[in-house]
Design a protein around this ligand. Structure first.
Ligand code: NDP
Ligand code: GUE
Ligand code: MG
Length: 295
């Protein structure tokens, strides 16, 4: 029996509606509408598409679009000054520096200038450290979106074998921490992993974020596993992921499509983080943000 498709577009729409309601309530009770500053440096066409989608979603949720665009040859000091200005601006609740940035810039230094409470991507050392310690903070959007997909489908995590392919700061590492927080037994794979397929075949939950089109085929999937494909690649006029979706769907019980899986969730969780950040900056925090350690 072919796998059930996990509909990220539909689940993201629900999250976005919840966020829009939260924004409306904040404003109706005398708060300021959240502002999201997407910072794009240069003109990589794929990045332009992502940033445009994020800005549209931001406006649709009732937030203020505070987009900034810098030329690809901007110097480090000018880029840093822009981040500092956004950091000091009370109309800016969240700052997202779109990655990758041009190679001549020191991206770690730029990220370090984003205040932790405006770090809606969860990429600062402070927020990554809080996550690693299992403490509340702003968490990276893509892994948080994956958790929301798993929860919507009631995928059991406690004691489950979870394998994450990829160990980036943006996706793989925070993904592993979030799964650990939910008491999965987590294995992280990377480019030096010996016999990737063998390790992946252990997984009840397999999350693939390697950036290699079609890396995971049916030989790497345990029967009835849940497979989450984070990868995104433009091929001709279509999109594909890191998983051979058609073949893996014959083995898995649930799988995310590309497009329409994880991608829309990333944007939805970015809006959720921006609302959370705005509430906290306006003294509206009600309890710990973004989850606590499950018990
Ligand atoms: N849908 C969405 O919302 C998002 C999608 N993406 C997509 O997800 C993918 C991953 O993104 P990102 O984490 O930023 O990518 P990175 O390139 O930063 O990291 C890729 C990771 O995969 C590992 N890897 C590479 N090749 C292999 C291999 N053959 N076997 C096992 N592991 C391998 C790398 O290992 P090593 O560390 O050893 O180099 C690295 O840890 C990309 O396709 C990206 O476009 C990213 C963010 C959001
Ligand atoms: N600082 C930073 N934070 C990020 O979160 C970040 C980033 N940099 N750099 C690039 C990656 C990639 N990423 C995606 C977001 C949405 C879709 C998305 O909406 N995808 C749609 C399709 C969109 C399309 O048609 O191109 C889908 O999968 O259905 C995809 C990928 C966020 N990233
Ligand atoms: Mg990358």
């Amino acid at each position: 029996m072919p796998a059930e498709l996990i509909n990220g577009t539909a689940i993201a729409r629900q999250v976005r509606e919840d966020v829009a309601r939260g924004v409306a309530e904040l404003v109706a009770t005398g708060g300021a509408a959240p502002g999201l500053a997407t910072v794009l440096i240069g003109d990589d066409p794929a990045s332009e598409v992502y940033v445009r989608n994020k800005r549209r979603a931001c406006t649709a949720a009732g937030m203020i679009d505070q987009h900034r665009h810098l030329p690809g040859d901007v110097d480090q000091a000018t880029a840093a000054a822009l981040i500092d200005q956004l950091a000091a601006d009370p109309a800016v609740s969240g700052i997202l520096l779109q990655l990758p940035t041009p190679a001549h810039l020191d991206v770690e230094v730029l990220l370090a200038r984003i205040p932790a409470d405006k770090d809606v991507d969860g990429l600062t050392v402070a927020n990554a450290g809080l996550l690693a310690q299992g403490r509340p903070g702003l968490r990276p959007c893509t892994p948080s979106g994956v958790m929301a997909l798993l929860d919507q489908h009631d995928v059991p995590l406690q004691g489950a074998e979870a394998v994450v392919v990829g160990r980036s700061v943006l996706v793989g590492k925070p993904m592993a921490h979030l799964l650990l927080e939910r008491h999965a037994t987590v294995t992280t794979c990377h480019s030096r992993t010996r016999d990737l397929a063998e390790v992946c075949r252990r997984a009840d939950v397999l999350v693939v974020a390697a950036g290699i089109p079609g890396l995971i085929g049916p030989e790497a999937v345990k029967p009835a596993a849940t497979v989450i494909d984070v990868g995104i690649h433009r091929s001709g006029n279509g999109l594909r992921g890191d998983v051979d979706t058609a073949a893996v769907a014959e083995v898995a019980s649930r799988i995310t499509p590309v497009p329409g899986g994880v991608g829309p969730m990333t944007i939805a969780l970015l809006l959720a983080n921006t609302l959370t950040a705005a509430r906290r900056q306006q003294g509206r925090a009600d309890g710990p943000i973004n989850g606590t350690t499950a018990s």
